[in-house]
Design a protein around this ligand. Sequence first.
Ligand code: GMT
Length: 375
Amino acid sequence: MKIGITCYPTYGGSGVVATELGKELALQGHQVHFISYAVPRRLTQYHENIFFHEVEFSNYPLLEHSLYTLALASKMIEVIEYEKLDLMHVHYAIPHAASAYMAKQILKKNKTDIKIITTLHGTDITLVGLEPHFLPLVKFSIEESDGVTAVSRFLKEKTLTNYNIEKDIEVIYNFIDTDLYKNVENDSFKNYVAPNGEKILMHTSNFRPVKRVVDSIHILSKVKKQIPAKLVLIGDGPDRSECERLARELGLQKDVFFLGKQDGLTDLLSVADVFLMPSQSESFGLSALEAMSCGIPVVSSSVGGLPELIVHNEVGFIAEIGDINRMAKYTVELLTNEKKYNSFSRNARERALNNFDKKLIIPQYINYYEKILNS
Ligand code: GMT
């Protein structure tokens, strides 16, 4: 197959899923054309089946605001036509699905038919898409996509009800390379963070308000009242300064490590004892899956698709959004009961292996592509 993929190229989970999917498709012999404004971060190596097409911007002075949606549609038209793509798979509805719709309509005039598949990832449906000025556009572009997938049952249901849509939406969960995401020795980092054998809590995210990163600092503060512990925060974003301020205010500046954006997460995740995900909204929780694959139990909020990933009292614990007392209690419970901890750690790794390994999920995408192409 010849597949076009559009995604956000930066740190977000939707870009990670899209890029890892494209890389796997290429390894399996499909030709993959990424179309975006920058090379996706995870696209680090040359592969003969992978091509990147950069969306160009016009800088004519009259065009004060970015015309990315139109520029993307134009680039899609060019690539679909000249590379003879079979389908265009867009990740994150806004504005990618609208650009793809436009490209499809224009190509129809040239007698070129292209199938459009939209994968819904999260805030495109639960937050941004619900803004009144976006809602009709998002609803329309979902309805007009030839195929739609969602990364959890929760997200599928939210899409159908919030947008009043009647459409078959295929649930295809996030996936993980369990050969890559596994526990490795990293004593030097462990000793650096926890020189006296303190327990290590960890959180990775883009520090947007929806991630409630400050909750993880409050959780550390409560956990520390019972056991020696440290917190490692990986990532960066709008809430970083507030988190640094809070850590100082609570006198935790020596206990909270801000690492900023990092590659090579397995080395870092491997030193963690518990992974925290106190999100306000989370359609799946890819970073929790990354931790689970490394055998790290997760303590999270119970929102969105998280209960589909984190089986309560088996691979971790879930609590109401903002219930930092309960999350701290669960964290202490895990860290003070070795037998329970070891069994949760094993279960977390096994759940990643048996349910979300890329070997299980990539074929679901390929089957779905074939279904849509034959429809
Ligand atoms: O919706 C977002 O916040 C953006 C998106 C991203 O690009 O980071 O994240 C979502 O997609 C991930 C991959 O499918 C999911 O694992 C995340 O749960 C989801 N984030 C939210 O729903 C907040």
